[in-house]
Design a protein around this ligand. Structure first.
Ligand code: IMP
Ligand code: MG
Length: 183
């Protein structure tokens, strides 16, 4: 498993330190409010679990699932959603959490959907912001790390549902990025 990774881009310690900073920033920004965190399954699992333990104000949590295809850079492609939230976000301060901002379609599409549920406010937070020539100009409100445009796994991020459990963000060997199930 370790040998599948050719480079560690963000170490476990660096993630821990940055997530603590983000937790503090978010707690300061929303002080005197109750925060409602909505996280996107499965990728934001580890990030959300660590982030909420660094938030010092009252927080409620719910999640949604988004189906992404591999070729999501196809300009016609729109992610599919499964709205499986149990809680009501009307008049709540919502922070939407995802693992990575790549084309930006997922996060911005979910923001649009959540706005229809009339929250008091909605902000976004991602662990990673990939530097690409994306056509979308909006960027997340909170970003853990800016990374170069390469395929990363670990700390929730997968390739073909593997590697999510790694405690760091790593780059997968290029020759492992095309197993048969993706063709
Ligand atoms: P976007 O809609 O293009 O911003 O895609 C975001 C989603 O694509 C993320 O939630 C991830 O599931 C997936 N994704 C994008 N880049 C990577 C990567 O480098 N590694 C693993 N998953 C990625
Ligand atoms: Mg994801």
């Amino acid at each position: 498993m370790e040998s599948d990774i050719c480079d560690i881009l963000v170490s476990e310690d660096a993630i821990k330190a940055r997530v603590a900073e983000l937790g503090q920033e978010i707690s300061d920004y929303y002080r005197n409010e109750e925060l409602f965190i909505i996280w996107i399954m499965n990728g934001a699992l580890l990030f959300t679990a660590d982030l909420i333990r660094n938030i010092t104000i009252p927080v409620k949590i719910d999640c949604i699932r988004v189906e992404n295809r591999r070729n999501n850079r196809d300009s016609e492609y729109q992610p599919d959603f499964r709205w499986n939230m149990n809680l009501d976000i009307e008049d709540q301060c919502v922070l939407l959490v995802d693992d990575i901002f790549d084309t930006g379609k997922t996060l911005l599409r979910v923001v649009r959907g959540l706005k229809e549920l009339r929250p008091k406010s909605i902000e976004t937070c991602v662990l990673l912001d990939k530097q690409t020539d994306r056509p979308i100009l909006e960027t997340p409100n909170y970003v853990g790390f800016q990374i170069e445009d390469q395929f990363v796994v670990g700390y929730g991020l997968d390739f073909a549902e593997q590697y999510r459990h790694l405690p760091y963000i790593g780059v997968l060997h290029p020759e492992l990025q095309n197993p048969p199930e993706w063709v």
